[in-house]
Design a protein. Structure first.
Lengths: 588, 82
């Protein structure tokens, strides 16, 4: 009897079988993978771990504790939802990549040693890449390539940090690390690339909007949240995270207001939401770590719900820019409803999941008397309602009618959105369920009269601001344009570097070629060719001068040159015969 | 000859209803505040309507800053990178 199979194995091995199956069997197989894996998981004791000795190191490819469990639960749920969502899309590439991607994320959360951790961490990048490239457009090719470059860079920093750390600690076990040496800083930054920290974030807003309809649903769930898990595991209570997180919550919302591509708006708000989790991890109290984990759980559901609704819009209309959309509630009412539920959840309306999770982080900041951080988070809460809560549904489904008369999203997409929407409301109305699976015991009451009232005041007056700005015409019109971000550095910088190298190094190359091949070698050959004739002429000159008259001197000089050109000298012939003679002697 | 079905917000009256609903809820939310027991962490949470004003001002500043400060600075043609 098999007691347990790690989820990563089920997902990854299961994914490899998918292309071999056909039709309904394939659908059933894919739906069974998360269910079977989840069944094994809930029958395993917390504290179970596997240890294998390998090249003198103790590998722990599998280890369960309560922190890994929260992330594992939500990863199972969202991969099931994602599979249902993509059932109608019929793309084996996306299925295999999506399942390996989800499996790698589960591999990371159960990794008990740095080696296993790093292997799954890199598999995450490689499998995610195919969800971007599967869109098969010029933009997705470019964005995917940049995604790969940034993550390879981040992965190398992480690897360097891990190697240095192992040689410091003489152990590869994965646990609390904390910032104290160059090695730990490298690990910290390597994880930060995946967590989309400010200045390291632009791979996310660059690549996610270019991914496939279903790919974005998977992408929005795993990479950043795996990094959240990793930081919660290794750097809880690290103060810089508070400030990094606070900046993350605030700066993307400015971009989100002026961005035209609605999936890019969602990508900016994804960074904003991960910022809340970073603050939670940085504070490092039981309440705040619980808050970060709870927020990750809730966030994965409503963010993927929003990406699913926008994916359905692309699937039906082929458009995603706010300038091309509007009035879709008429033809896609269910998608509009589910999108609005996701929008309400990300805005943390009472009775939705965002309300019961985000407030834990805000309360943890308030407990620590961090007034600036708290005010920033409150600003970000109002801002996220503004762009994700209102802008997304308003510009896609309401607002100016763009005249699209399309069919409602296909049933598989509606079912997936329905499940996610159900959980958004279920978690918000019955927070005890979410609180019971958090890493630490929860002593937090989200539904107090003042909390509900103040949250509603904050949100409704934000809505008032939106309404007044829109009616007065001050609200920035959506424009067909793109906005520069940090990726400018490597997108333009990369070209600049290329040109510099072209002009700089290639110029050196060309100069050296000119000098060596065209000038030096030519002169050398001429010199070598004319050397014997010139030398002979110099030697014979006094003799010729006395023996011949001027035309005779000229003729003999010409003859000498001609012989030199053809290499035909009596001495050469003698030399040649001598070589043949010695050669024959040697052979015979 | 518009044969298409009329939808909820095609009728301007319904849009107005939504707006009036919003305004009524705002008055209600402010009106309830004196009756709620506060347990503040910060002094400013005791000020009347702090959250309401903060939400409103934050959003207005957000939009103005994004429109007048950020957009002129970062906006480029769609084919900028091509």
């Amino acid at each position: 009897m098999i007691e347990f199979i790690p989820p990563a194995f089920i997902y990854i091995l299961g994914a490899l079988v998918v292309p071999l199956l056909r039709g309904r069997v394939k659908s059933v197989w894919m739906l069974l993978l998360p269910l079977v894996s989840f069944f094994f998981l809930i029958n395993t004791q917390v504290g179970t771990s596997w240890e294998i000795s390998f090249l003198g190191f103790d590998l722990v490819p599998f280890k369960i504790d309560r922190l890994s469990l929260v992330f594992a639960y939500i990863f199972h749920l969202i991969s099931l939802i994602g599979i249902i969502y993509t059932l109608g899309i019929r793309s084996d590439l996306e299925y295999v990549a999506g399942l390996i991607y989800a499996g790698s994320a589960l591999g990371v959360v159960f990794a008990g040693d740095l080696f296993t951790f790093f292997v799954f961490w890199e598999m995450l990048t490689v499998s995610a890449l195919w969800l971007i490239w599967a869109k098969r457009t010029k933009e997705s090719q470019g964005a995917g390539f940049r995604y790969l470059m940034v993550h390879v860079f981040g992965g190398l920093i992480l690897l360097a940090g891990i190697i240095m750390y192992i040689s410091e600690q003489k152990s590869i076990s994965l646990g609390f690390i904390g910032l104290h040496s160059p090695a730990t800083y490298l690990i910290f930054i390597g994880m930060g690339v995946n967590a989309a920290w400010p200045l390291l974030h632009s791979w996310l807003t660059d690549a996610y909007p270019e991914s496939t309809v279903g790919g974005a649903v998977f992408l929005s769930a795993f990479t950043t949240k795996t990094a959240v898990y990793a930081l919660a595991r290794t750097f809880p209570g690290t103060e810089p995270l508070i400030w990094i997180g606070a900046v993350m919550t605030a700066f993307p919302i400015f971009y989100a207001v002026i961005e035209n591509d609605l999936r890019r708006v969602l990508s900016y708000s994804l960074i904003n939401q991960v910022g809340f989790m970073m603050v939670g991890i940085g504070i490092g109290t039981e309440l705040s770590i619980n808050g970060a984990a709870a927020h990750a759980f809730a966030h994965i559901l409503y963010k993927s719900l929003l990406f699913m609704s926008m994916g359905a819009v692309i699937y039906r209309t082929g458009k995603i820019n706010a300038t091309d959309l509007g009035g879709l509630y008429k033809s896609m009412p269910w998608t509009a409803l589910f999108c609005s539920i996701g929008a309400a959840s990300i805005s943390a309306f009472p009775l939705t999941s965002g309300f019961v999770s985000k407030s834990m982080v805000l309360d943890a900041a308030a407990h620590g008397h961090m007034s600036i951080v708290w005010l920033t988070l409150l600003f970000a809460s109002a801002g996220v309602f503004h762009h994700s809560g209102i802008k997304i549904p308003f510009f896609a489904f309401f607002g100016h009618d763009a005249g699209h008369r399309v069919k409602e999203a296909p049933p598989s997409m509606l079912i997936a959105m329905g499940i996610a929407a159900f959980f958004c409301i279920f978690l918000g109305s019955y927070p005890a369920f979410l609180y019971s699976i958090l890493p630490y015991p929860v002593d937090f009451v989200p539904y107090t009269s003042s909390h509900v009232l103040f949250q509603l005041q904050l949100l409704m007056f934000s809505a008032l601001a939106f309404t007044l700005l829109l009616l007065s015409g001050i609200y920035p019109a959506e424009i067909r344009a793109i906005n520069l971000d940090v990726d400018l550095v490597y997108r333009k910088g990369g070209r600049l570097f290329y040109n510099l190298m072209d002009r700089g190094l290639n110029a050196v190359n060309r100069g050296v070629e000119q000098l060596l091949v065209r000038v030096f070698l030519v002169n050398l050959t001429t010199f070598v060719r004319t050397l014997p004739a010139t030398m002979l002429a110099k030697i014979c000159w006094p003799f010729w001068k006395s023996a011949f008259d001027a035309p005779g001197q000229k003729t003999i000089m010409e003859n000498l040159r001609r012989r030199a050109q053809s290499g035909f000298y009596p001495i050469s012939i003698m030399g040649f015969l001598a070589i043949i003679y010695f050669g024959l002697l040697f052979l015979l | 000859m518009n044969s298409e079905k009329k939808h909820v917000f095609d009728n301007p009256k319904n849009v107005k209803r939504v707006l009036y609903g919003l305004f009524t809820s705002l008055v209600l939310l402010l009106g309830l505040e004196p009756f709620v027991h506060k347990h503040p962490y910060f002094a400013w949470e005791n000020w009347f309507g702090f959250y309401a004003i903060y939400g409103f001002v934050a959003c207005v500043l957000l939009v103005l800053a994004a429109k007048y400060l950020l957009r002129p600075f970062v906006k480029r043609e769609e084919d900028y990178y091509d």
